[in-house]
Design a protein around this ligand. Structure first.
Ligand SMILES: [Zn+2]
Length: 198
């Protein structure tokens, strides 16, 4: 294979990555060309290892290297609460806050009629099975505050509430450091609804 051809393949592959445009792809490709072989191999190995070792947790569908993820296996977690998110990266985001010690359930997306994604395409059946077999007292729905996220949240609330389990939704409001006059009315409206007593 010619040098041009193999460089082109690398550029094409890099360009497929989210957030990497042609310019960034070029910058990374030239960086790798000049990097020593060991550095390039570490990157390639890391990609292969993550594909070979990481799969979905059999209980909550978060990323895991064992049958269950580290959170499901952690006996110090509050096992009476489940926080429902749409993607594994949302688990990471909530974990970063350090404010939540319960369990999770990853839906693997949100209800979106336009994309032909209904409840049966998501891990909702598995969630309901958990609510039936685990001792859960509260389900916190943390889907994104957009139309699909809201649709998914109300769908879940409707089927979970009759099971005698508390259902809550993340409060959404004003960004910290934000300015009232620049907030859009949806955000400001939510912030008023989700106000708390001081
Ligand atoms: Zn898990």
């Amino acid at each position: 294979m010619s040098a041009d051809r193999s460089l082109q393949i690398l550029l094409d592959e890099l360009g497929r990555l989210p957030g990497i445009g042609p310019k960034s792809a070029q910058r990374i490709a030239y960086y790798l060309l000049e990097a020593d072989a060991e550095e390039a191999r570490r990157l390639a190995d890391a990609i292969l290892a993550v594909k070979a070792q990481v799969h979905f947790c059999s209980r909550c569908f978060n990323y895991a290297t064992d049958d269950e993820c580290a959170i499901c296996q952690d006996s110090s977690r509050d096992r009476t609460r489940i926080c429902v998110v749409s993607e594994p990266r949302d688990v990471t985001a909530i974990e970063r806050t350090g404010n939540y010690r319960g369990l999770y359930h990853v839906l693997g997306g949100v209800i979106s009629p336009i994309d032909k994604i209904g409840p049966e395409q998501l891990h909702i059946r598995e969630l309901l099975a958990r609510l039936g077999s685990e001792d859960i007292q509260e389900v916190i729905i943390a889907t994104n505050p957009n139309i699909e996220g809201e649709t998914t949240a109300s769908y879940l609330a409707r089927i979970i509430k009759p099971m005698d389990i508390a259902v809550s939704r993340l409060a959404s409001g004003l960004p910290v450091g934000g300015d009232l006059e620049y907030a859009d009315e949806l955000t400001l409206g939510r912030a008023i609804e989700a106000r708390r007593i001081l």
